[in-house]
Every structure is written in C-alpha cells, then in structure tokens.
Design a protein around this ligand. Structure first.
Ligand code: C5P
Length: 404
C-alpha cells in the first residue's frame, strides 16, 4: 500500500557526499505515491547533477534564488506553498546552522523560512562535526521549534571514520516521512469516478443532455483525495474547477466517456459512477445544421435514437471487477428502482436520490439519499453534497475493508 499518495514533498539537497543517495530517495518517495520537487544548494550540485534529479523527479530542479527564469515558472513562495513537507536530505552541519540562524541567503534556506508546512531534516556529516557542541546545540534548537530530525545513523563514514553522523538509510527516511502524515480511510486505494452529464450531438450546433452539474461527482473526488486515495475523474462538460490533485480526463459524449473509463479502469480498486450518462444518442449526427425548412410545415422532425453503452454495467461485469458504486437518480418508486439497478448492473453499492424534488439532486448544493447494499439499506439525512461525499467515502471504505 502506498503511504504518501497525494503528498507533495519538496526535497532539499545540500552539499555532502550523501547527496548521491538523493537520487534513490526521489524514487522511493515516488514509489509511495509522493509528488517530489527538488531544490539543491550550489554545493550539492558539486556532488550530484541537477539534471539527474530533474530526470528522476520529472520536474525542473531549482538551485538559484535570483533566477528570473525559474522564478517565473514557480517562484520560491509558490514552491513553499505547494509543499506538504519540506524534507532536507542530506542536511549538512552548515545548512542546519543557517536554518537555526534564520538565514535566507540561498533558495533552500529562503524556502524553509517561507514554508508553513512541516519541515524535516536528515543530518549527514563526519562524526566529529556531528558531536561538535555547535551542531548539537543547533539540533536542540531545531527540535525545540518542531522541526523533525531523521537520524543520523551510525557506522562507517565516507571519510573512513566510524560513528554517528551517517545519513539514515533511504528506506528509514521514507518510513519516517510517511509517519508525519495521518493516513486516511482510503490510503493507497486507486479510485475512478465519472462525473457530470454527457452530451450527444444532433448536428454541429445542437445536442441532447441533462441537468447534471457535476457537483456530487467532484465532491466525491475531493473527499476520496482527502481520504488518501489516488483519484482519476472522467468528467463530462461542467462549469466546475477540477479538484486539486485529481487526474482529470475531460470528455463530451457517452462513447468518449466509455472509452476513457475502459482505459483508466484497468488499474483501479474502486469505481464510482456518478455521471448522469445519456442513455441514448442520435443514430447519425447531421454534418450541417438541420434547417427548420427541412420539415414539411406543421410536421416537425423525428430524431431516431440508439442506445449508448452502459458504462457502469461494463465495469461491474469486467474481470477483475473493481468495487463498484452506482447512483440512481429517480423521480418515482425510488427504492424499488434503485434495488433493481443494484442487481441488474451487478453493483456493490448504490446511492439513490429523488431528483424530482427541486431542493435536492441535480443542480442543488444539498442532497438526501439512501444507500443500498445487496444485504442492507441506510437512509442518510439531508446534507450538503460535500458532507454527503465524506459520509459516502467512509461507508465505501468500511465496506471495501470488510470485503478484503
Ligand atoms: O440506469 P441508470 O442510468 O438510471 O443508472 C444510473 C447509474 O448507472 C449511475 O451510476 C450512472 O453513472 C450509471 N450509468 C452508466 N452508463 C450509462 C447509464 C448509466 O454508467 N449508460
């Protein structure tokens, strides 16, 4: 299970021989799901090239405070805001002294001053430098300010001496990094969500669609991310900003949504079909705008429709099947239709709501739903779509855990 899903780690690398291990550290943090960006001091760049860390982190490596090019891409304040954690590994004695003094004489120390997220340092230095009272006093000051100290470890050092001062093993740094974050109920799970309406073209200017706003699907994506999941949304057209940290695929028609889901579903644990998918599409799309004069007067025109693929049923009948949750938006016989859908589509859970009531459902910010499982039912009170999303995510997590 990944322990750092959705977490943004700003890795500071300072100039000690252990800097060569930072390349491995970038990889291992990424293995745990972290998004890693690297800042190096000038001295660090003497030990390992910025290009190596850039290639591994897949992001530009920042080294200079006063570099207009990198500042225009992502300035130091923006970088500090971006991070959920600043981790400095290796941290030299000099860097720790500058951190204690509150210096801002290079990019990394300035970032540390600007960062409001937790800060952790993994010291790495010769054993005598580590034992020096100045370094020891600096460590105490850092710990007193709530800065996390990872290590150092003991053993043979690059200089040939033995003792305390080696940078902790990479695996241990990763474990201690993960330990700084509380893991949510969906930690490490991969979730795919469809959201919003789909649109079926009639001609170049007209289409068939529905009232779905995408609010419930986007709220569920946000709640799943907060619960530690790695989330992909396949979304139809909406006016909403995509949730931060979600991987988004934007589509228009049901067929496009179907294809995008088929591709993304291959490696997910949980599928939530929230989209209000158009069940039918015109048999053919007119290449030119259909003219009013095309119809004999008073006769109107007839649109012939064909059935669209049922996206959720395809997912729920695939092998291996992810844990599959559907929505049933109904205007009458809500519970009866919802249970029929749960069975017919082979779902693990279904969330039923009354879209005939203007105060809840489609465009509203509120929703009142009932959740059905194959063996039980739970009615939830009226609540905001974001509160409902958090409750649904909790219930999904409980059910998935029981099934494991
Ligand atoms: O049958 P109905 O459209 O009411 O079922 C609703 C559920 O099925 C929702 O979860 C919706 O996202 C999903 N669905 C789908 N593909 C369709 C139709 C509905 O995934 N073509």
């Amino acid at each position: 299970m990944q322990t750092l899903t959705n977490k943004r780690v700003l890795l500071g690398v300072t100039g000690g021989i252990a800097a060569y291990k930072s390349a491995e550290l970038v990889r291992r943090l990424q293995d745990q799901g972290a998004d890693v960006r690297v800042v190096m001091t000038r001295a660090a760049a003497e030990f390992i090239t910025p290009l190596t860390l850039q290639a591994l982190s897949q992001n530009p490596v920042h080294t200079e405070l006063l570099d207009s090019e990198t500042e225009s891409a992502m300035g130091h304040i923006e970088l500090a805001r971006w991070a959920d954690l600043v981790l400095v590994a290796p941290a030299t004695a000099d860097f720790m002294a500058r951190l204690v003094a509150g210096r801002g004489d290079d990019l990394l120390t300035t970032l540390c001053l600007a960062a409001e997220c937790p800060l952790a340092v993994a010291p790495a230095m010769n054993q005598a430098m580590w034992a020096n009272p100045s370094t020891q006093q600096n460590c105490t000051s850092l710990a007193d300010r709530g800065i996390h100290l990872f290590g150092p470890g003991a053993g043979l050092q690059a200089c040939g001496e033995t003792g305390l001062g080696r940078m902790l093993d990479i695996e241990e740094i990763v474990i201690q990094t993960a330990g700084l974050f509380t893991s949510g109920v969906l930690a490490g799970r991969r979730v795919l969500i469809t959201a919003g309406p789909t649109r079926e073209a009639i001609d170049p200017v007209r289409f068939i669609t529905n009232h779905s706003s995408g609010k419930q699907g986007y709220a569920l994506a946000t709640a799943a991310i907060e619960a530690g999941a790695s989330v992909t949304i396949v979304s139809g057209p909406t006016h909403l900003d995509p949730p931060d940290r979600a991987n988004c695929v934007f589509v228009t028609s049901t067929n496009e949504m179907h294809n995008a889901v088929q591709e993304a579903v291959l490696d997910v644990d949980i599928f939530i079909g929230v989209a209000a998918v158009a069940d039918y599409r015109p048999v053919s799309v007119s290449e030119q705008k259909i003219k009013k004069s095309a119809a004999p007067s008073n006769k109107g025109i007839t649109l012939e429709l064909v059935e669209n693929p049922d996206i959720i049923a395809t997912v729920a009948n695939s092998e291996p099947k992810p844990f599959t949750i559907g929505f049933a938006a109904e205007t009458e016989n809500i519970m009866e239709y919802a249970r029929q859908k749960l069975v017919a589509k082979n779902l693990d859970m279904i969330i039923a709501n009354d879209v005939g009531d203007d105060d809840i459902g489609f465009n509203s910010d509120q929703n009142r739903t009932t959740i059905l499982w194959p063996d039980r039912t739970e009615a939830l009170p009226m609540m905001s779509k974001s509160a409902l999303a958090s409750r649904i995510i909790e219930l999904i997590a409980e059910t998935v855990e029981k099934d494991d």
